[in-house]
Design a protein around this ligand. Structure first.
Ligand SMILES: [Zn+2]
Length: 230
């Protein structure tokens, strides 16, 4: 298995524990940002939830984006976000999503999406910094502007989408979710964006399907027999 070369990803993976960031809530509500993804760029695309359904927008105003940059561990304090930058951020987010879906389907990127991602990725960024332990602690100076934060997100997407791991990009099998993840497991058979959400939901639904219905319990027959009756 090739070594993952996405340094931004490694940095975010190291910092991704929600317990490590006091600005993140410990009990998640639907409105809360999702950071249970090892990829920074996919944490960003997850700001639009329920993509397979009507969509649930967690970035409904510039202040939301400012809050996201802090909770993502990119900015120390909430940066100023203009309406123009906010609109550009949403365009970047959707361009990353479509590029990743193209990777999951083994098709080419749309030129317009690739241009958006590349334009953001080409902006000045920050140098990686050594932490105090070998191998686990690539760190970044906290960025100060939302442009720098979005540049890191775009560079993370470029690193992932141009690496061998692009073949492991998956779309969550929960049809309502349709969130993205990179399957870094050895067997490569991961199906859900997160086990504690979509994975558990699928398990519960499978369990419910296997259980006999109340009606079949009352009649003393199992669900399987019931289905055989006319
Ligand atoms: Zn999911």
């Amino acid at each position: 298995m090739p070594k993952f070369r996405c340094q931004n990803l490694i940095a975010v993976t190291n910092a991704k524990s929600r317990h490590a960031n006091p600005s993140r809530p410990t009990r998640l509500h639907k409105t809360d940002f999702r950071f249970n993804n090892a990829q920074l760029c996919f944490c960003f695309t997850a700001t639009l939830g329920d993509r397979g359904g009507e969509g649930y927008e967690r970035l409904s105003c510039p202040a939301d984006l400012a809050r996201w940059t802090v909770q993502a561990g990119l900015c120390a304090i909430e940066p100023k976000v203009t309406d123009t930058l906010f609109a550009a951020a949403l365009l970047l987010r959707e361009a990353i999503y479509r590029c990743a879906v193209a990777a999951a389907h083994r098709t080419n990127f749309l030129a317009s999406d690739r241009d958006i991602v590349n334009r953001w990725s080409a902006k000045p960024s920050l140098a990686p910094q050594l932490g105090n332990r070998p191998g686990t602690s690539v760190q970044w100076h906290k960025v100060e502007t939302v442009e720098q934060a979005l540049t890191l997100v775009a560079q993370d997407a470029v690193d992932l989408l141009s690496s061998a791991w692009a073949e492991r990009i998956r779309i969550c099998e929960n049809p309502l979710c349709a969130g993205l993840f990179a399957d870094l497991s050895r067997p490569g058979r991961r199906r859900w964006c997160a086990m504690n959400t979509c994975g558990n939901l699928a398990k519960k639904q499978a369990l419910r399907r296997r259980r006999p219905t109340n009606r079949s319990k009352r009649s003393g027959t199992g669900g399987r027999l019931d289905r055989r009756l006319p």
